[in-house]
Structures are given as structure tokens and as C-alpha cells.
Design a protein around this ligand. Structure first.
Ligand code: CA
Length: 238
């Protein structure tokens, strides 16, 4: 029974609720975000937005300030009464005065229309990253999920068999998503200095093995990125 529950949790993607009454913006955003691997829900007014919040497991809300039935601020207040989901306001230029109000009330960020999708996505990722630190003991990296309690790694709902050392390397990178690790630092952190056989090539081999187990394409990794001439870092995968 519990394994079914775990399987169910693993296949959940990062889901975003877009609340926007201009259907061209709504549909455009939905398309772009789906291309980026987000699961999108849409609402054209506050009432439907709240219904979706109640029914679905939403990770982030993009919220237009001017909606037909209530203001974005009112929607935010109601969302916050249900649960603490990160919110990014979508605002028009003239509404900038109210942005301060929005941030005061606890919005996580805002973006002014018209905006570049690239910029929005990078802000979304930043908000999600900040928020992740407060989330439970399961780290999601796209299709891969790491359960810190059981030290288990899964991909697409299937167990990934990592050796203890492979797991330690992966965890070191994942727990510090903003950091580039030099090869020397990984070696120093992870290996016992007395282990004479350990060298640069050993690390390369380990990274290669981990990638083969968790990446879709080990030759074009998205989770463990090589920072040329320096070392490795974890990629922005959600
Ligand atoms: Ca609007």
C-alpha cells in the first residue's frame, strides 16, 4: 500500500496555477511553461482559482492583480488562508504603486507586464528554490526524487540503485543548489583522505555512473552539470 503512495508522489511534477483573465496571456504562458516541464492549471477569475487551490496540489501561483471578480490581493489573502503557496504577481506598469502593498502582504515576487518568459521562469525557479528549503524531506529534481529520510532515490517511480558513495556525491551537490563544487572540494568532502586510490579520475567515473542512473541522457546531463574547468553543480530542474 505505502509503495503505491510513494509511486504516486514521485510522478507529481511541479504544478503551477496561472490566474489571468486575458486569455491570450493565459494561453501563451501555459504553453511556454508546459514546454519547460511545468504542469499548468489555469483560472480566469478568483473564484475558479480558489477552487483549483482546494482541489489540486499547487506549488506556485502566478496571479494577475486585476481580475473580474476580485482583486489579486483578495485572492492572495484567501489562498493564504487555505495554504502557504508561493505567489508571484503579474502586474501592469501602472499598478506599480500597489506592488509594495503586495510584497508587504506576503507575495514572493512580482513581474511587470509585458515580460519575457525567460525572465518569468528564472524568477519562478528562484521562488521555488527558496521555498524548497522549507519543504519536507523529499527533494524533487524533475523525474528524480530523493527521499532524505530513507536515503532512497527514485526515477519515474522506480528505485535507482546508487552506492553509498554515489548517494553522498549526489546529495552534496543537491543540498547546495547555488554552489559550484570544485573537484577538489568534492574529493575532500566525500572521500576519506586516507584512501590512497582516490583521484580525479575516480571522481569522473563516479559522476558518470550517477548520471547514467539518474539522467535521461547521460551525455547531455540536466541534473549534474559540468562547470568547465571548475567542477560540478546541480542544474535547475523542477
Ligand atoms: Ca487582468
Amino acid at each position: 500500500m505505502s509503495s503505491y503512495v510513494i509511486l504516486f508522489l514521485v510522478i507529481i511534477m511541479t504544478s503551477v496555477l496561472i490566474v489571468e483573465d486575458e486569455s491570450t496571456i493565459l494561453m501563451g504562458l501555459k504553453y511556454c511553461l508546459e514546454q519547460e516541464g511545468f504542469q499548468c492549471f489555469t483560472a480566469e477569475d478568483g473564484y475558479h482559482a480558489l477552487q483549483i487551490i482546494e482541489a489540486e496540489d499547487i506549488s506556485l501561483v502566478l496571479l494577475d492583480l486585476n481580475l473580474p471578480d476580485m482583486s489579486g490581493f483578495q485572492v492572495m489573502e484567501k489562498i493564504r488562508n487555505i495554504q502557504d503557496i508561493p505567489i508571484i504577481f503579474l502586474t501592469a506598469n501602472l499598478e506599480e504603486v500597489s506592488i509594495v502593498k503586495g510584497l508587504d502582504m506576503g507575495a514572493d515576487d512580482y513581474i511587470t507586464k509585458p515580460f519575457k518568459t525567460r525572465e518569468l521562469i528564472s524568477r519562478m525557479k528562484a521562488v521555488l528554490r527558496r521555498n524548497k528549503k522549507n519543504m519536507g524531506n523529499v527533494i524533487h529534481l524533475g523525474k528524480v526524487c530523493i527521499d532524505l529520510n530513507s536515503a532512497k532515490v527514485m526515477k519515474d517511480g522506480h528505485d535507482v540503485m546508487l552506492t553509498a558513495l554515489e548517494y553522498k556525491i549526489l546529495l552534496t551537490l543537491v543540498m547546495n543548489p547555488d554552489m559550484v563544487f570544485t573537484r577538489e572540494k568534492i574529493l575532500a568532502d566525500i572521500w576519506d583522505v586516507n584512501e590512497a586510490y582516490v583521484n580525479d579520475n575516480t571522481l569522473t567515473v563516479y559522476i558518470k555512473r550517477i548520471r547514467e542512473k539518474i539522467e535521461d541522457d547521460a551525455n547531455h546531463p540536466k541534473i549534474i552539470l559540468t562547470v568547465r574547468g571548475i567542477g560540478y553543480k546541480v542544474g535547475d530542474v523542477f
